[in-house]
Design a protein around this ligand. Structure first.
Ligand SMILES: NC(=O)c1ccc[n+]([C@@H]2O[C@H](COP(=O)([O-])OP(=O)(O)OC[C@H]3O[C@@H](n4cnc5c(N)ncnc54)[C@H](O)[C@@H]3O)[C@@H](O)[C@H]2O)c1
Length: 269
């Protein structure tokens, strides 16, 4: 029987590339995203030769919406092999200039969206006795990310949730991984919310970083899933850097101070 995957935030960037990679591996994909018009276009594109995918509108901040989408998939296909809780947004700003509403906005999508998906998908996977949940975090979840404090907060929490559940879920035959990309060339930077900061300057700075293509990260994600890694992180030399920064903490401090200095240049006066 054909395997079934649900991908939130599947219309753009990393989510879209994951959908394409899953289809290439003969897995049926449910693309779940808030962008309905673009979702329908992508659905038609992916189904040009044969039916490989279905688009469903989804707002991950709405618990009832997440529950009905995931339950409907389970009812229709009688299985969910993979659940990628991937939808997310970026937000730049200094803590002192952010409002509680800004915090609630990013927490609702990046953290509660992932919690809802996991909370709803996990019992269904327990019932069927198999399945793999993949929650998208970020390299920003593995360390400090000044001027993206709220984003980093959500992504650290996703790692805590996912790596803990990775072990808790083992006895039920369920696998749980978190994907921690570095810089991936997607619209997330152009769409990011910049609070009292000049987004064009930040975007320019970020785009100077070495960007990975969404297709490459999607391949890495699926390989990491096959290896059942708790953390799938494509950061080259991540382990080496961890060791270097542990032995020479001043190097890490210097790097973070440089990030702050560069980010301050983008602040609006
Ligand atoms: N691009 C990067 O460099 C990078 C790095 C690390 C982590 N990530 C993470 O990867 C994930 C995907 O990001 P991307 O770079 O592909 O960005 P993207 O903007 O290309 O895609 C994000 C998708 O999420 C959807 N989405 C946003 N809010 C939603 C909501 N409330 N309900 C349903 N869908 C919603 C958007 O419509 C979009 O299709 C995010 O969680 C992001 O934080 C990205």
């Amino acid at each position: 029987m054909r395997k079934v995957a649900v991908v939130t935030g599947g219309v753009s960037g990393i989510g879209k590339a994951i959908c394409q990679e899953l289809i290439a591996r003969h897995i049926f994909v449910i693309i779940a995203d808030i962008q309905e018009h673009e979702g329908r276009i992508l659905e038609a594109e992916l189904n040009k030769d044969a039916v490989h995918a279905k688009f469903v509108p989804l707002n991950v901040t709405d618990y009832k919406n997440v529950a009905s989408v995931i339950h409907d998939v389970f009812e229709e296909f009688h299985r969910i092999d993979y659940l990628f809780n991937n939808a997310g947004i970026a937000m730049y700003g200094e803590m002192g200039e952010m409002t509680i509403e800004d915090w609630k906005e990013i927490m609702a999508i990046n953290l509660w969206g992932v919690i809802y998906g996991t909370q709803i998908g996990y019992p269904l996977m327990k019932k069927q006795g198999f399945g793999h949940i993949v929650n998208t975090s970020s390299a920003a979840g593995l360390g400090p990310s000044p001027f993206s404090t709220a984003y980093a907060t959500t992504k650290h929490a996703v790692i805590g949730l996912t790596t803990s559940l990775h072990y808790e879920a083992e006895e039920f035959g369920i696998k749980v991984s978190t994907l921690c990309p570095t810089f991936v060339d997607t619209p997330i930077f152009d769409n990011a919310k910049a609070i009292h900061m000049d987004k064009s300057i930040i975007t320019k700075q970020l785009k100077q970083q070495k960007m990975i293509s969404p297709q490459r990260i999607a391949k890495m994600a699926i390989e990491g899933v096959h290896q059942n890694k708790p953390i799938i992180c494509p950061m080259p030399m991540r382990k080496t850097l961890d060791v270097v920064f542990t032995i020479f903490p001043f190097l890490h401090k210097a790097l973070m101070r440089m990030v702050c200095k560069v980010s301050r240049n983008a602040r609006l006066t």
